[in-house]
Design a binder for this molecule. Structure first.
Ligand SMILES: [Zn+2]
Length: 305
């Protein structure tokens, strides 16, 4: 026989019922400072933790929405998709992986290219989507970004690429590596035409993307604490047989070493891009060019004979 007997009914805690009333996903816990953040507050601060400034990863569509005026843009080459040229299979066939990712993300590949205005300046922006096979660069990403550069050339407008990628897409083998040269070739033409190109490096930017267009901007800017590098730290440590310094491959470290030009808080990104584009000679589309008649005639140099 037991020594004690519970005479009264135990107090029933209502917490279980209460918890079920809060819709899932209403609060997000910051991985950096453990602060619980209300979803709408997080969205309002462009997915940056209001307490510690941790930058959450954002999708390509959200990125374009926050960069373009009124969140409006025209998308290009939406329907390009990979044909699986190598008939590749790893843990599952690449074709099946593509089909599943297309269904999950609603995108055909890992980049969205759009044209719109940034503080009135007509700009071509390519934003990479990490959710699509790690933002990896295959034939489609290469082609879409190359076309984005050509579009900027044709329209004589500046180009912004928002990088977010694990590197080249291994399922497309050497074909994905060729995209590095292809995009760089197109960017060289943009450079010769003296049109501005700004590269925005976000967490993470690694591998073949870092080794090509991500580092070729007239201005290379990064978001705070973004992982930016070529090979992973473990591979480097094994190769050079040395311990790597603290904060290695993060934006602030790369800024200190002169690899990038600026570290910008996402909440100031759009204004900073617009300011840089204006500095590089891009003019808002609305601003009318000065009428020719008002220009003094003497400023025209007389033809020398
Ligand atoms: Zn935080």
């Amino acid at each position: 026989m037991a020594w004690f007997k519970r005479a009264r009914k135990p107090i029933v805690s209502g917490s279980k019922d209460k918890a079920s009333r809060v819709p899932e996903g209403l609060w997000v816990k910051c991985p950096s400072c453990s602060q619980a953040i209300y979803n709408k507050d997080l969205a309002a601060s462009l997915n940056v933790c209001p307490k510690c400034g941790h930058h959450f990863r954002v999708s390509a569509a959200e990125r374009l929405k926050m960069l373009f005026d009124d969140g409006a843009w025209t998308e290009h080459d939406r329907d390009l998709r990979s044909t699986d040229p190598l008939n590749f299979t790893d843990t599952k066939p690449y074709k099946a992986r593509l089909t599943a990712t297309i269904a999950a993300t609603g995108l055909k590949d890992a980049v969205i290219v759009g044209t719109g205005r940034i503080e009135g300046i007509e700009t071509v922006v390519a934003a990479m989507e990490y959710g699509f096979i790690g933002g990896s660069m295959g034939v489609v990403v290469g082609e879409k970004i190359t076309r984005a550069v050509e579009r900027a050339l044709a329209r004589r407008s500046p180009l912004v690429i928002v990088c977010c990628s694990g590197g080249a897409r291994m399922m497309e083998g050497a074909l994905s590596l060729m995209q590095m040269a292809k995009i760089c070739g197109a960017l060289a033409r943009l450079d010769r035409e003296r049109l501005p190109y700004i590269s925005v490096l976000t967490d993470p930017t690694t591998g073949g993307v870092t080794a090509s267009f991500a580092m070729l901007g007239d201005l290379n800017v990064a978001e705070p604490k973004a992982l930016i590098g070529f090979a992973g730290p473990r591979v480097i440590e094994q190769t050079i047989r040395q311990k790597l310094p603290e904060g290695f491959q993060r934006s602030e470290f790369l800024l200190e070493k002169g690899m990038i030009d600026l570290v910008i808080d996402r909440r100031e990104l759009k204004a900073t891009l617009a300011q840089a584009l204006r500095f590089m000679g891009a003019a808002p589309a609305e601003a009318p060019s000065p009428p020719r008649a008002e220009r003094p005639e003497v400023s025209e140099p007389a033809p020398q004979t």
